[in-house]
Design a protein around this ligand. Structure first.
Ligand code: 5GP
Ligand code: MN
Length: 337
């Protein structure tokens, strides 16, 4: 692995290390961050994990999650730690713009050795050590590859964290699978992870209000545009209040649209206090990444991307419908790869 000897030399003495991941952290962001956190701490380094915004309650059971610092909630501890870091580790994102003001602070800091481990498309050239593989299922898969290339075998806690990101980013092994990935998962099981337990903790742990919200989305907020093989679900400000929607509560809703035989693209739109947030998903070779990047200041992966817009909800829905005709041909002729 290119550059790993450089990393080894750096890590040969105790270092002060800041791990960051993206806004609205998902299972892969949290899993990869906590895996690296435990692996580095066990080797005597002084490590902090900082996210721009809070992570979903679903992940509160994960060892080390209590130690995660949230920039939106408390800038001070992160800003103080950042002053004296030796190493910055960027996980599951690849542009400092994805972490807002925290990114600006990091950018100002000089003499920091930066490591980037990520699987998103079009990485910015940031990092003295770069492990960027867009064919990888998850950043967690890359963290496993990194740790093993380093010559270590992950311990049980690190393995559990890695498994969380693999499980969530592959949609429970629906996408981005490979022989290599299943070999990694086999090794994690040999190390001793309880995959049933982890699946249960993440997916079978909803509150009643979550299913009521899903019911509302499917019954009242879903529109299917057959001509364009597209499904749309939106939630307005009022829905957020009525259903008491908190961080993480809308996770996974977009995927239900892809269960429809005649839907090849799923669009999930949320009206947040100052912006409209979009989640896009697709089947086969249809790229939602292109749409997220071109129209919604976003990006991600071919089949799962996100973005935002500052227009109103009505205008956003209108815009989507205006974009669709140019993709009609592609949306009606996808190939599952
Ligand atoms: P989600 O729809 O679950 O929020 O995100 C799906 C994918 O798109 C994730 O890989 C995430 O990193 C990426 N993504 C979500 N929102 C944004 C955004 O605003 N900008 C960029 N560049 N990527 C995003
Ligand atoms: Mn990821």
């Amino acid at each position: 692995m290119e550059g790993i000897e450089d990393v080894r030399a750096r890590l040969s003495t105790p270092q002060k290390i800041l791990i960051t991941s993206h806004r609205n952290p998902d299972g892969d962001a949290i899993g990869s961050s906590l895996a690296m956190y435990h692996w580095l701490k066990d080797q005597g380094h002084h490590v902090m994990v900082a996210f721009p915004s809070e992570y979903p309650e679903t992940y509160e059971w994960m060892p080390g999650s209590d130690d995660i610092q949230i920039f939106d909630l408390d800038v001070e501890p992160i800003a103080a730690f950042l002053q004296h870091i030796d190493i910055s580790i960027i996980l599951d994102y690849n542009s400092l713009t994805r972490i807002d003001k925290l990114g600006a602070l990091l950018e100002q800091k000089e003499d920091v050795y930066t490591m980037l481990i990520d699987h998103h498309l079009y990485p910015d050239p940031i990092g003295d050590f770069i492990l960027s593989d867009t064919t990888a299922s998850s950043t967690c898969e890359l963290v496993y590859r990194f740790i093993t290339a380093y010559g270590h075998r992950p311990n049980l806690i690190v393995s559990e964290c890695i498994y969380v990101g693999i499980l969530t980013d592959t949609g429970s092994f629906q996408y981005s699978t490979s022989p290599r990935l299943f070999r990694i998962v086999a090794d994690l099981q040999e190390i001793g992870i309880n995959s049933n337990h982890i699946h249960d903790a993440i997916f079978n742990n909803l509150e009643e209000k979550n299913l009521r919200l899903l019911g509302h989305c499917l019954a009242n907020r879903m529109e299917i545009l057959e001509k364009y093989k597209t499904g749309i679900i939106f939630l307005n400000k009022h829905d957020f209040k009525v259903f008491d929607i908190q961080r993480g509560d809308t996770e996974g809703i977009v995927n239900h649209l892809l269960k429809l035989k005649h839907v090849n693209m799923a669009v999930f739109i949320r009206q947040q206090p100052t912006i409209i947030k979009l989640s896009l998903r697709s089947k086969g070779n249809f790229s939602v990444e292109e749409i997220a990047k071109t129209y919604f200041n976003g990006g991600g992966h071919r089949n799962a991307s996100g973005g935002y817009t500052k227009q109103g909800l009505g205008a956003t829905l209108k815009q989507i419908k205006e974009i669709l005709p140019q993709y009609e041909e592609k949306l009606n002729n996808i190939t599952i790869t």
